[in-house]
Design a protein around this ligand. Sequence first.
Ligand SMILES: NC(=O)c1ccc[n+]([C@@H]2O[C@H](COP(=O)([O-])OP(=O)(O)OC[C@H]3O[C@@H](n4cnc5c(N)ncnc54)[C@H](O)[C@@H]3O)[C@@H](O)[C@H]2O)c1
Length: 256
Amino acid sequence: MYGLQGKRAIVTGAGNGIGRSIATRLAKEGCSIGIFDIDAKAAGETMRHIRAQGSHCHSVLGDVSIKSSVSAGMAELVSTLGGIDILVNNAGICRIGKILDMTDQDWEQTFGINVDGVYHVTRSVVPLMVRQRSGAVINISSWMGKSGVHSYGAYCASKFAIIALTQALACEVGDDGVRVNAVAPGLILETRMREESEKDRAAQGLTLAADRVKSIPARRAGTPEDIAKTVAFLASNEASYITGETISVTGGSWND
Ligand SMILES: NC(=O)c1ccc[n+]([C@@H]2O[C@H](COP(=O)([O-])OP(=O)(O)OC[C@H]3O[C@@H](n4cnc5c(N)ncnc54)[C@H](O)[C@@H]3O)[C@@H](O)[C@H]2O)c1
C-alpha cells in the first residue's frame, strides 16, 4: 500500500477496464473517488462497487472531448470531493485502420477523446493543484505511444501526444509542487477496448492476443490491476522525485 489515505482522486473513464481498476485500487488506498465517464451504466456499477467497499465515490456523466462537459463535470467532482489531489487521465478509444484507408471521423474521434480529452481535463483540474502547490497527474498512454505500429496510426499518434503533453506539463508545473507522469500499458486483457480490438483484429486478419502473448518476456498478458498499482505508486510520495516520466507496464514487450 502507498499511503494515500484522505487523498481526493478523479479518474476519467473509470466505468470500465483499466479505469475501473485504478479507481478501485485508489479507493482501497484510502482515496475518495470522483468518476467521469460517458457510459452511465458502467460508471454507476464502478461507483456502487467502490461504495460497497466503504469508500466515498461520486460519479458524473460526461464526455472528455467536449470542453463544456468537462468544466461542468470537473467542478461538480471537485466540489463533492472537497478538493483534488490526484488526477488520472485514463479515458480513451482505439480505432484500428491504416493511415491511408481510415476515415477522417476515426482520426478526429481518436484525437478528440485521447488528446483533446486530456487537454480539457488537465486545464480544468491542474490549476487547482497549482494553487494549492501540490498534486499528482497520471496520464494513461500506451506502449503504442512509444512505437509506431501497423494499422494503429491514429491511436499511436494520439498516445505519443500524451507522452509529449506529460513531459511539457511536468516542466511547467514542477515549480508549483505538481508532478505529472504517464503509464504506457502493453497488452492488457479484461477490458472492453481489448475485446473490441481483438474482434477488429480478427476481422482484419491480424494476430490475436493468445499468439502475441507468446512473445512477451513475462509470458503473460497484463491485467488492469498491473496498471492500477503503477498508478497508485506514481500518485504517492514514494514517487516524489519522479516527474515527466512514462513507465512502461508491458511485461517487457516492445513489439506487437
Ligand atoms: N486495454 C489495453 O490493452 C490498453 C493498452 C494500452 C493502453 N490502454 C489505454 O488504457 C485506457 C483505458 O483503456 P481500457 O482498455 O480500459 O478501455 P475500456 O474501453 O475498457 O475503458 C475506457 C473507458 O473510457 C470511457 N470513455 C470513452 N470515451 C469517453 C469519453 N469521450 N468521455 C468520457 N469517458 C469516455 C469508456 O466509457 C470506458 O469506461 C485508454 O486510454 C487506453 O488507450 C489500454
